[in-house]
Design a protein around this ligand. Structure first.
Ligand code: HAM
Length: 412
């Protein structure tokens, strides 16, 4: 016997009920983001490896450990995208979008790839909805995006979610702060975990994230970046907060919020579900005012977020909406042509209509109609009958038009 084939580790097949729930979330995103002026946009699923190395940051886990990288036939190094922001910035530069009216607001959704250890809510191929606003540092964009993500989570049935918010200031403030933090960690080197000690030079912020009790104790006394922001950045953060306050959105200012990507400046945020375990982040993002320039474009501020569809679904209790269904049955085999036309007319009227396509007896067809939860069955033979599947009442219709009217009545 040939060995059984399975989907690769960390990937998942999205089966029909789930696929429908996922599409519903995408549709909610499309509606919410569309109303706020965000345009759908797509970039390739793979890019030059260098884009992510430069964009996401050499010291991040994503770049160091998690990228699916391969060589193409010409020896070019390519990577399956681990996130969307770097590619959107690349496209902004490549297509001269700085010449358009600013800000340029874009959103996208699709598969992303990270070679992480799979666990509940963590996959190697996962799906993000991503929204970005480039070309303005107006704090209302930060607040608008945060509110849009809050609404998406709410409408997807994945609430309540805890919103953590912070500001990272500029890279310069951050560099000075990181020095102070390194000194603090060095002063307590014997109490922190080996991993933190080893990455102390590269990424001391990671220490805020540690599970290690000794490290956690050291971090409670560590200096906080929020206390050291430049006046401009502090004012920007105050503006973002004031807009969220005015909108009535609750959040926690959390100066220990660490995002796994290097490009952030100023605002950072993350929504965590109270219903999920270790992988609780439903979505997160922030401002990246230097990224476009670092990728070779003109100085262009930007802000955005990404949300994981799989995690939203895990946290959500929303059932897929039941669409009214109609079954078209054949009372005798030679009614096929008329039944086929009937099904097409129903569909043209916007009704979900399925026709018998498996050679069942009429009794078998009615059973099938019941199984799929049809509200009505149109039985086409010498006559056309419409059966109310709830009451079992069946009535002959005077032609196709009357049958259609009766179906409409039943669907309500
Ligand atoms: P991120 O926090 O790395 O941000 O990912 C955003 C969301 O994607 C996470 O909160 C989570 O829901 C989902 N996600 C990430 N990795 C996995 C995984 N392995 N399995 C399942 N879900 C996952 C970004 O990607 C940034 N590009 C967001 C951003 C946009 N910042 C500014 N603009």
């Amino acid at each position: 016997m040939s060995p059984k084939l399975q989907a690769p580790r960390g990937t998942l097949d999205v089966q029909p009920g789930d696929a429908r729930r996922r599409l519903r979330i995408v549709r909610i995103a499309e509606e919410l983001l569309g109303r706020a002026g965000y345009e759908p946009f797509e970039t390739p699923v793979f890019e030059d490896t260098e884009l992510f190395a430069r964009g996401v940051g050499e010291s991040t886990d994503i770049v160091q450990k998690e990228m699916f990288t391969f060589e193409d036939k010409a020896g070019r190094l390519l990577t399956l995208r681990p996130e969307a922001t770097a590619a959107i910035c690349r496209a902004y530069v490549e297509h001269g979008m700085h010449k358009l009216a600013q800000p340029v607001k874009l959103w996208t959704w699709g598969p992303f790839f990270r070679h992480e250890a799979p666990q509940a809510g963590r996959f190697r191929q996962f799906t993000q909805i991503d929204a970005e606003a480039l070309g303005s540092d107006d704090p209302s964009l930060d607040a608008e995006l945060i509110l849009l993500l809050a609404e998406l989570i709410e409408r997807a049935g994945a609430g309540p979610a805890r919103l953590r918010l912070s500001s990272l200031g500029t890279p310069e403030t951050r560099a000075a702060y990181l020095d102070a933090l390194r000194s603090h960690l060095r002063a307590h080197e014997n109490r922190v975990s080996r991993e933190v000690r080893e990455r102390l030079d590269q990424n001391p912020l990671r220490a805020f994230d540690a599970d290690h009790p000794g490290t956690q104790a050291v971090m409670t006394e560590a200096p906080r970046l929020l206390d050291r922001l430049e006046p401009d950045d502090a004012a920007h953060f105050a503006d973002v907060r004031a807009l969220l306050d005015a909108a009535g959105l609750a959040y926690e200012v959390d100066s220990t919020l660490v995002r796994g990507l290097d490009y952030y400046t100023r605002t950072v945020f993350e929504f965590e579900s109270e219903r999920l375990g270790a992988q609780a982040a439903l979505g997160g993002g922030g401002r990246y005012d230097r990224l476009v320039e670092e990728l070779g474009g003109p100085a262009t501020p930007g802000v955005g977020w990404a949300a994981g569809i799989e995690r939203i679904l895990l946290a959500s209790d929303a059932e897929p909406e039941d669409e009214a269904r109609v079954f078209v049955a054949l009372a005798k085999p030679d009614a096929k042509g008329r039944a086929f036309r009937m099904a097409r007319s129903l569909r043209a009227q916007g009704i979900r209509a399925e026709i018998e396509q498996a050679g069942r007896s009429l009794k078998g067809q009615l059973k099938q109609a019941d199984r799929i939860g049809a509200r009505a069955t149109v039985i086409v033979g010498d006559t056309i009958d419409v059966r109310d599947m709830d009451s079992g009442e069946q009535r002959e219709a005077d032609g196709a038009d009357e049958a259609m009217a009766r179906v409409r009545e039943l669907l309500g």
